[in-house]
Write a protein that binds this ligand. Structure first.
Ligand code: SF4
Length: 369
């Protein structure tokens, strides 16, 4: 059995979505997240069983609204989407074929779906006719820290002539031509993950990866009505950041190899799917893999409350944010920093400079307070 399967236990790997990958790249130095994600472990269920449920998830209202809007855009073989591509973006699409890759003959297996997506994308890339072609739910794959992860997409890959575009459908509103910048930025980061994965696929199939456009089509409701509008968003910057961050990510293979034999994050679910593993045992197992908590985890990782609690228990300087942690380089805990500052602790080799600065800060603080 693969070591990552062993770590996960007898449940299928949880598929990654682009949001998770964009977030994964946000904390590339965290070995814990790299291992759990590479093994496809359900971090949400893990955090809940540990007693620290994640603060994420859309409200049922937002989910219903998002699903309704997506259905509207995609109904009748993406007829509304085609109208937008023609009218709003002026794309000359004489006709279009629509293929839903959501399952293959009723079989939802990721491998099968990925193989089917490859076959159809390969055929579309070789096809010289100019007919527009829409592929709904293409199952893509991306190498993350040396391991392949399937992307469960919510997008349409759209081919026009020799170029492919990613279409991202979002339910946040565009009002008077403007949308909330952070929502557009998050959508662009996610779309960049799909562009990268589709480029990888084209490259593996022997086609030019650059045939996947860096211009993605963002479809949103206009002016709070449900009528969709489309905008082209250039994701070159996001692609560059993503590539750099993925390349920099800790190599998960060497971390996994160093973990104790027999380690598992299995929740030991019973027949009804309820986790039965003692929480303390799971806490110990999760604690085996080093974390690198940063306050940004609070908006990007399901384990954030658990890791924050752990970091607080250790008095870790990680809690103070990246800037402070980097400035304190090599000083792992707040207690150590305070000891160096008041002189009660002798600096280790290499800590002399930071100890001098901490003593100086301590003196200044004492003088002004
Ligand atoms: S919350 Fe924990 S596991 Fe997730 S990225 Fe932060 S430190 Fe790593």
């Amino acid at each position: 059995m693969d070591r990552l399967d062993q770590l996960r236990g007898p449940v299928p790997p949880r598929p990654h979505d682009a949001r998770a990958i964009a977030a994964l790249a946000a904390n590339p130095g965290c070995a814990r997240r790299a291992v759990l994600d590479a093994a496809g472990i359900d971090k949400d269920a893990t955090a809940t069983h540990l007693g620290f449920p994640a603060p994420f998830g859309q409200s049922p209202f937002a989910i219903t609204r998002g699903n309704a809007f997506e259905s509207l855009v995609k109904e009748s073989g993406c007829a509304e989407l085609l109208r937008l591509l023609r009218e709003r973006l002026g794309l000359p699409i004489p006709q279009a074929s629509y293929t839903d890759l959501g399952d293959v003959g009723g079989n939802p297996s990721a491998q099968l779906r990925h193989g089917h997506t490859r076959k159809l994308i390969d055929r579309a890339a070789r096809d010289s006719d100019d007919a527009g072609t829409l592929f709904d739910h293409p199952l893509l794959r991306l190498d993350i820290a040396g391991h392949s992860s399937y992307l469960e997409p919510d997008v349409v890959a759209f081919r026009l002539g020799a170029r492919f575009h990613i279409v991202e459908i979002k339910s946040f509103a565009v009002v008077d031509g403007q949308a909330e910048p952070d929502k557009v930025a998050a959508a662009a980061r996610q779309a960049a993950v799909y562009v990268l994965a589709l480029r990888d696929m084209l490259g593996e199939l022997g086609h030019d990866p650059e045939r996947v456009s860096h211009d993605v089509v963002l479809v949103c409701p206009e002016n709070f009505a449900n009528r969709p509008t489309a905008t082209l968003v250039d994701v070159r910057k996001e692609l560059a950041v993503l590539r750099r961050q993925l390349a920099r990510m800790t190599r998960v293979g060497s971390i996994v190899a160093a973990l104790p034999e027999g380690l598992s994050f299995d929740l030991a679910r019973d027949a009804a799917g309820v986790p039965t593993r003692p929480a303390d045992e799971l806490r110990e197992a999760v604690g085996t893999v080093e974390a690198r908590y940063v306050p940004e985890c609070l908006s990007t990782c399901d384990l954030c409350f658990f890791c924050r609690d752990e970091a607080a228990g250790e008095g870790s300087t990680d809690l103070l944010g990246r800037q402070v942690r980097d400035a304190l380089g090599g000083v792992a805990t707040v207690a150590e920093a305070l000891g160096l500052a008041d002189g009660s602790l002798t600096p280790d080799e290499g800590q002399e400079e930071i100890a001098r600065l901490l003593r100086l800060a301590d003196r200044i603080y004492a003088e002004v307070s």
